[in-house]
Design a protein around this ligand. Sequence first.
Ligand SMILES: Cc1cc2nc3c(=O)[nH]c(=O)nc-3n(C[C@H](O)[C@H](O)[C@H](O)COP(=O)(O)O)c2cc1C
Length: 413
Amino acid sequence: MDRSILEGNPHLVIEGMVIAAIAIGATEGFIFVRTEYPLARKHTEVALQHARNHGLLGKNILASGIDFDIEIVRGAGAYVCGEETALIASIEGRRGMPRPRPPYPVEKGLWGRPTCINNVETLANVPIIIEQGSEAYAAIGVEGNSGTKIFSLVGKIRNTGLVEVPLGIPIRKVVYDIGGGPLEGQKIKAVQTGGPSGGCIPEELFDLPVTFDSLTEAGSIMGSGGMIVIDEETCVVDLAKYFLTFTQEESCGQCPPCRVGSRAMLVLLDRITEGTATMADLDKLEQLAGTVREASLCGLGKNAPNPVITTLRYFREEYVEHIEKKQCRAFTCKQLITYTIDEERCNGCGACFRVCNDDAIIGEPKQLHVIDQDRCVHCGNCFVVCPPSLAAVVRTSGELTRYEEPVVKAKKG
Ligand SMILES: Cc1cc2nc3c(=O)[nH]c(=O)nc-3n(C[C@H](O)[C@H](O)[C@H](O)COP(=O)(O)O)c2cc1C
């Protein structure tokens, strides 16, 4: 969403920064943009040049005696560089690593000087507030959470994209009215807000208003403004593992709770999704999540356990099913899925035999094929290629069996 603001209307951000500079007496401003966003950089550079040409940036702005200019700094795509002290280190040319606070950047920031750090969307709101008046802005949204917020609405819904909504809008309205609800034949299960450091909010809580406080109360965060909608086809344990894999890789490695703790959490999640975990592992995972959250140095580590903590809070039974029944109800965790061939349906076409990379399928042409469970690596290729008219490959996970109905095509004419 920040990228889209810089690509679509960088003037708003520049104006917001000039107003902020006048407010705090700053002479230098920096826009930190990921190097992977060349269009955002290009458009911002053009807008900066236009502002300079019109005397809105540089020395003695509009003969006011105020000097202020803005520089674009390219960040090389490290997630942790969004953390404010790491961001400062990166601009100073050092490795992007957070440092303990205090001192906060407002006291001791860039090159030791007082520094105000704000998000692109925050700064883009400033000219609008000044122009329309704070009362007009506060009239949008709810008490304590005024104005609008842009979300990147994606996942298992009909309409995806960037949406700007008044704060306080119920999650349900965003997901069902704006997002258009579930895909055909599916049921929405939850929404992950706040990006990889955020949390998973179940469908039962969709009447919650989208505010900073209610999301935090639900165990998530507003964060980057991401909203990823998931349905019953998504395994929440796998989802938590996916996000933790990301944050663990992005850990700067400086503090042990984040570096070692998130790695240890991942090992436990691997065991759960592979069906080798015990209930004691689940306790350990929960305990570790709490420690990483409490003891990490910066926001990356503190928020990294959020996907695990929230999925444990709202979908604990799915973790237990993985452990006790070796069952993944979404049929996502490969090691927990067994493939067999239905002898009534198999016609020996050999499609599965040809795609099996591990010689786990045995059978002669036009005769029943069987899967050698000792050799099977659960890749699922056989299931994918088995002709829908036969649907002879059956998936089982724990107590659940997925028996697809053969698709019979209507004959021509
Ligand atoms: C790991 C991590 C990554 C972050 N990434 C971003 C980011 O990409 N963009 C951003 O504006 N803020 C990011 N933040 C938050 C900023 O550090 C900072 O708090 C925020 O930009 C302050 O602006 P605001 O008060 O206007 O929201 C991140 C924080 C952490 C801990």
